[in-house]
Design a protein around this ligand. Structure first.
Ligand code: NAP
Length: 294
């Protein structure tokens, strides 16, 4: 009878990676040596030298996070690194000042999305996650929420990046005239671009208020002190408040907050799951996060 006494990597060198592949993912090929010994009589001598090569396919991801040093972007970089994903961040201020082990594992590129040389960030990427967005004048909001993302989606498509994930926003059930602000028109323009250029892989996450620890000028603002209890209260009173949800703008009060870690995990789920694409609501973001939170 043959018993396998040990299975160990044949060599200590890292897995080789092959490009390009017909599928839109890169795979690493690992070679294992299987050492065998014969436990029963009839076979003399030590046969430990026998080895069998096994080739295992391990999907390897390289994600580019646009705005990886922001509030949501940092959480995405950290979560992605923890799942063994190779991460590059692009932002104007580059590497954040905080010292953490995940920070050392991210490739920090300093640049403006409107002027960057995409060769520096997109070559070989398997996914782009955009956290570009923000407030300001009407023009500024249209530019950063809309034009910046439209530009990034086009660049990702041109470079053959197979997946684009946009951090967008819940519409809060707002009346139409408020949805016509630069913030929301920019977001919806960016969403349309993602869904039209990436019909079978594009992801739009629409969170409401996101809580967690936001760093501003080296200080942490604990948004979770408000967000976490509010999320629990709204969940507990869901049945009572449901009739109110038909009222215009009611979601400003009723839309449950979501933790920054859940948004980050939902993004990681989007990066790693080929079947995850389309528009995702607050509840669906939480469900997606739960799938990869272990
Ligand atoms: N926070 C919330 O409660 C919430 C709720 C719903 C949706 N969202 C959406 O989630 C996304 C992320 O929000 P956040 O709170 O994490 O925002 P944030 O902290 O302000 O992060 C924005 C990131 O974008 C980068 N950035 C801005 N302009 C850039 C440019 N021209 N080129 C390159 N990078 C640029 C910023 O870095 P630099 O300034 O260094 O360039 C920063 O890293 C936004 O789209 C927001 O609308 C947020």
């Amino acid at each position: 009878m043959l018993s396998l006494s040990s299975i160990s990597p044949l060599k200590t060198s890292p897995c080789r990676t092959h490009f390009p592949l017909p599928s839109h993912h890169r795979y690493s090929f690992c070679r294992f040596g299987v050492r065998s010994s014969y436990a029963e009589a009839g076979v003399k001598g030590d046969s430990k030298s026998a080895t069998i090569d096994v080739e295992a396919d391990v999907k390897s991801e390289r994600v580019v996070v646009l705005g990886g040093n922001g509030f949501v972007g940092s959480a995405i970089c950290k979560a992605a690194v923890s799942k063994g994903i190779e991460v590059t961040s692009l932002s104007r201020s580059g590497r954040p000042s905080q010292s953490s082990s995940w920070v050392d594992q991210v490739n920090w590129v300093t640049g403006d999305v409107f002027y960057v040389n995409w060769d520096e960030v997109l070559v070989g990427a398997t996914a782009v996650v955009s956290t570009l967005g923000g407030f300001g004048s009407e023009e500024q909001m249209k530019r950063i929420n809309g034009e910046a993302n439209v530009l990034a989606v086009g660049a990702a498509k041109d470079y053959g990046v197979p997946k684009f994930i946009l951090i967008s926003v819940h519409d809060y059930n707002l009346p139409q005239f408020l949805l016509e602000s630069g913030y929301f028109t920019g977001k919806r323009k960016a969403e349309s671009e993602v869904l039209s250029k990436y019909p079978n892989s594009g992801v739009v996450l629409r969170p409401g208020f996101i809580y967690g620890k936001r760093r501003v000028d080296g200080f942490e603002i604990p948004l979770d002190l408000i967000g976490e209890p509010l999320e629990k209260i709204l969940r507990a009173t869901e049945n009572l408040t449901r009739p109110l949800s038909a009222l215009p703008a009611s979601d400003l009060i009723l839309a449950p907050p979501v933790s920054v870690d859940d948004v980050a995990l939902a993004a990681v789920n989007a990066i790693t799951d080929d079947d995850f694409f389309g528009i995702f609501t607050i509840e669906q973001i939480k469900e997606a996060a739960a799938k990869v939170s272990v």
